[in-house]
Design a protein around this ligand. Structure first.
Ligand code: SAM
Length: 354
């Protein structure tokens, strides 16, 4: 936390943190979704209606213009996130209901984190009179994915390429790890007027692990009037129109594009015959894959290989392999009975709740 923030917040915390004579205010961290009214949740709309004061980045305020007539509006620029949070706390202490609006979801590269940092710094706790409500919204990864097909139907992660607050080696390490681990990746803040090289570096790191023809979708201004969708490949993605309002979705090794839709398979085809619905040899419906945890334990136990050799083969820490080999044979888990699984966990044939 910087000095300016310390000074402001110390001053703020000294006066009337919990002044009983005033009705307690409220801070609502409102995710407004991608920017169209159709994708604003009912609770986000109600929270904005309930608020006396609306605080946000100018562009986000513009996106909700027709909902905020007659309210106090505090517009801040992009770099004034802490100011927005401090301002919200000041107003809440005066008994106001404040809606701090973020695009997408306030908890995804949004105002929720900075606001809690400011509040804690000022001595606020969840038991304080000022209530804080987080109103979830559809984040860019959900909305951009919906526009291009089903790219996130298997493990994925989000990485921001903004190095304004995060050192580049940290970002590069995360990119490298995600690329190596075959995650589908949603790149937020991929490029701006000043930050043009980060996306090129990201491409280079990914190409060290992924095929050049790995599908990539670039969605700009999702659900806004200037929406633009481009399908490309990893090797060509930096030739595309990418800006501050773009999210870049990079597929994993199984992702494909067909008839204009980017799809990442759940894995059904490796277990089931898609035409007959029957299972492939060695697999059982509702049970872990033959290469699932128990099958894999059996394989490594009978391999005769050392932990170091297995570590190289599977890209896992040797210490983990050694401990795993030393552990007792995992007892067959009674909960693996498919009927029990579905009753208890809602687990489906792919092995996850839907
Ligand atoms: C500071 S982050 C805010 C993310 C936001 N809180 C969310 O959950 O989507 C800004 C980045 O989000 C992405 N983004 C936000 N709105 C978008 C939209 N409508 N279309 C495409 N990408 C968007 C872009 O990558 C942009 O650079």
């Amino acid at each position: 936390m910087n000095d300016a923030m310390n000074t402001t917040m110390n001053a703020a915390s000294n006066d009337a943190n919990n002044d009983a004579s005033k009705k307690p205010g409220k801070i609502m961290l409102v995710g407004i979704g991608p920017g169209s009214n159709d994708h604003l949740t009912a609770r986000a709309r109600a929270a904005i209606a309930e608020a006396d004061t609306i605080i946000g980045y100018v562009t986000y305020i513009r996106l909700v213009t027709d909902l905020i007539e007659g309210k106090e509006i505090i517009k801040k620029s992009m770099t004034e996130e802490l100011d927005r949070a401090i301002e919200a706390y000041e107003r809440a202490k005066q008994g106001k209901k404040v809606a701090l609006v973020s695009s997408g979801d306030a908890g995804v590269y949004g105002m929720a984190g900075p606001t809690f940092e400011v509040l804690f710094q000022a001595g606020w706790t969840p038991d304080s009179a000022i209530e804080v409500e987080i109103v979830p919204g559809a984040s860019a990864l959900n909305t951009c994915a919906a526009l291009v097909g089903a790219p996130l139907t298997h493990d994925f992660c989000a990485i921001s390429l903004s190095d304004l607050l995060t050192p580049w080696p940290v970002i590069a390490r995360r990119l490298n790890a995600a690329a190596d681990a075959d995650f589908v990746v949603a790149l937020y803040n991929p490029k701006s007027g000043r930050r043009t090289r980060q996306i090129q570096e990201a491409r280079r790191l990914f190409l060290a692990h992924r095929r050049p023809d790995t599908p990539v979708a670039i969605v700009k201004s999702a659900y806004r009037p200037k929406q633009r969708i481009e399908f490309t490949t990893l090797d060509k993605m930096t030739e595309c129109d990418i800006g501050m309002l773009s999210t870049v979705l990079i597929g994993n090794s199984s992702t494909f594009v067909r008839d204009g839709l980017m799809v990442t398979p759940r894995g059904y085809a490796s277990k089931y015959d898609v035409e007959s619905g029957g299972t492939h040899a060695g697999e059982q419906a509702g049970r872990s894959l033959s290469t699932g945890l128990n099958g894999w334990l059996e394989t490594i136990r009978s391999s005769g290989k050392t932990p170091d050799e297995l570590a190289t083969q599977y890209g896992l820490p040797a210490s983990y392999i050694a401990e795993t080999l030393a552990a007792e044979t995992m007892a067959e888990n009674p909960a693996e009975n498919p009927e029990t699984d579905q009753e208890n966990d809602g687990e489906n044939a792919a092995g996850a709740s839907t």
